[in-house]
Design a protein around this ligand. Structure first.
Ligand SMILES: Cc1cc2nc3c(=O)[nH]c(=O)nc-3n(C[C@H](O)[C@H](O)[C@H](O)COP(=O)(O)OP(=O)(O)OC[C@H]3O[C@@H](n4cnc5c(N)ncnc54)[C@H](O)[C@@H]3O)c2cc1C
Ligand code: FES
Length: 508
């Protein structure tokens, strides 16, 4: 990103790298605080992927834009919530109609392999994604180091097979049977389909602890996404904490970008060793990958059996308190990147009435959900990584195109990938001590500033929602929902359109 462009933030002009996201541009220019919460707390980006709404700003007069999803343009005017923003909303434009044989929602590994598989069998395929670039989470476009990305080869196949790719398009509602409504920058688009493949992926699970709302506390994948979109972390001291293989991937990536990284994994060492031993004979390539990532981070910078109990700082995080269950100690840091595994993005599957089993979309051997003609792939059917997403995408794409014979050949590969899901779930299960982290004043619902104390007296999530507004902010419970499920056992099975905030004008 050699070229620089001009970005105006709260009336001041700054030079930022061409190609960076608005969130990265603002972080580089004015710092980590983007808005004030309803209770007046300073807040900054958390998820880096369009889920938490903590990075929202006003861009060129249009309010409530998620700055992590948008790229900077030369001359762009940004107002953070620290200024009095002039709240104007984009007016709606005429709804366009599109028809296809197969609609694929989500352009991560699962979605691109599904789209290619169906299109190469001659089907008219539309592939859309809320992000500006295809690739999903693992193959996210890296503006800080544009190098070869596995998604490039898939893009060539998508283009050769005439797939219609629509980026920055979020599915928000289902206006009619076999029709979904996409909120696209150019206006609303109603897409009619014969078959639908859901490849909506996952987001990080965040657990509340004192200080987790401070600017500078990010998700683990969240910080990685922000760095890939242009945020410079060279020479910064970063604690990566939480659980799961993602911590290794993020830690190694941040090291490569010049940060000084310490990784805290809540899973005890003995459990990790058992997992490694099982990988050695089942999937040695994954074990080798894990060793390689750990080598990059530094063997003495990876600490199993430890977790963050508090983040400290006046206006942004400057230290974390860490525990191993026996003692606590302080670690100075410039940022904390903390995520407790992944949870699937079930909102659209739920809206369509797909059955959910044990937290994942229920599918048969052809990836078909309980709704005929609707398929689900990738993280939606179990958190299992890129190999699982790719093979399930192929099965769904071929089945949707009527090629059951081709899909049947992949049954063994799918079963192998699914064995990994159970092993991951078992190894990285959350320890009970994490339920004790929040105190009565710790914010649980970041959108509505609902603290842990007032939630404790409620019998279920519905009562808590009605009495406290927990889960009723713009993220629609995507952040606090998995947290209250872990803390109180409250499940949120309901979903209402629009599944993502949009303007009224685009819905009618
Ligand atoms: C933040 C994060 C970082 C990760 N980083 C790594 C990593 O570094 N290494 C690694 O091995 N694995 C990583 N993973 C795991 C990785 O995502 C999976 O292994 C794999 O990519 C899953 O593929 P998928 O196709 O199921 O979903 P994803 O890759 O998550 O793709 C889903 C896509 O669906 C889109 N989408 C969702 N809902 C809608 C909607 N309503 N409308 C339009 N589009 C929608 C999303 O924008 C997203 O691009 C990460 C996961 C997360 C959540
Ligand atoms: S950081 Fe942009 S929505 Fe979460």
């Amino acid at each position: 990103m050699a070229d620089r462009i001009s970005l105006t933030v709260d009336g001041q002009s700054y030079d930022v790298p061409d190609g960076c996201s608005v969130a990265a541009g603002v972080m580089q220019s004015t710092g980590l605080t983007f808005r004030q919460s309803v209770g007046g707390e300073a807040r900054g980006p958390l998820c880096g992927m369009g889920v938490c709404f903590e990075c929202r700003v006003t861009i060129d007069g249009e309010a409530h834009q998620r700055s992590c999803l948008l790229s900077c343009r030369d001359g762009m005017q940004v107002e953070t919530g620290q200024q009095t923003a002039s709240f104007a909303y984009a007016s709606g434009s005429e709804r366009r109609n599109v028809e296809c044989d197969v609609l694929v929602v989500g352009a991560g590994p699962g979605g691109v392999s599904a789209a290619v598989s169906a299109a190469e069998q001659g089907r008219r395929v539309v592939l859309l994604d809320e992000n500006a670039h295809i690739g999903g989470q693992i193959w996210r476009y890296d503006a800080s180091a544009p190098t070869a990305n596995p998604v490039d080869a898939w893009r060539t196949r998508l283009v050769d097979a005439n797939v219609t790719i629509t980026a920055r398009a979020a599915i928000v509602a289902q206006p009619a049977t076999n029709e979904l409504l996409a909120d696209v920058a150019s206006g609303p688009v109603a897409i009619r389909y014969t078959k639908l493949i859901l490849a909506c992926g996952a987001r990080e699970r965040f657990l509340p602890f004192p200080g987790w709302t401070l600017p500078g506390v990010f998700g683990a994948g969240g910080l990685q996404a922000l760095v890939k979109s242009g945020y410079d972390i060279a020479n910064k001291k970063i604690v990566v904490a939480g659980t799961g293989p993602l911590l290794l991937a993020v830690g190694a990536y941040l090291c490569k970008r010049g940060a000084d990284v310490t990784v805290l994994e809540q899973t005890p060492r003995e459990k990790l060793l058992r997992f490694a031993a099982s990988l050695a004979w089942r999937q040695p390539s994954k074990l080798w990958e894990a060793f390689w990532l750990q080598w990059h981070i530094g063997l003495f910078s990876y600490h199993p059996g430890c977790w963050v109990v508090r983040a400290e700082g006046a206006h942004q995080v400057h230290a974390v308190m860490v525990s191993d269950g026996q003692s606590t100690w302080s670690l100075a840091c410039d940022a904390l990147a903390c995520g407790y595994g992944l949870v699937p993005n079930l909102e659209l599957a739920r809206l369509l009435g797909c059955a959910i089993d044990a937290g994942y979309v229920r599918v048969d051997a052809t990836q078909q959900t309980s709704v005929p003609g609707v398929y689900a792939v990738g993280e939606l059917t179990g958190i299992g990584g890129v190999d699982k997403a790719l093979v399930e995408g192929q099965i769904a794409g071929w089945t949707a195109a009527g090629r059951h014979d081709l899909a049947a050949d992949l049954t063994l590969a799918r079963d192998t990938a699914e064995n990994f899901v159970a092993a991951l779930d078992e190894t990285f299960s959350l320890r009970d001590e994490l339920r004790l982290l929040p105190d009565k004043d710790t914010i649980v619902c970041r959108c509505e500033d609902v603290a842990y104390g007032p939630l404790q007296s409620h019998r279920d999530g519905r009562e808590a929602k009605l009495q406290t507004r927990c889960g009723m902010g713009p993220c629609q419970g995507r952040i606090c929902g998995p947290a209250v499920e872990f803390l109180f056992g409250w499940h949120n099975d309901s979903v209402r359109p629009p599944i993502l905030p949009t303007t009224f004008a685009k819905l009618i």
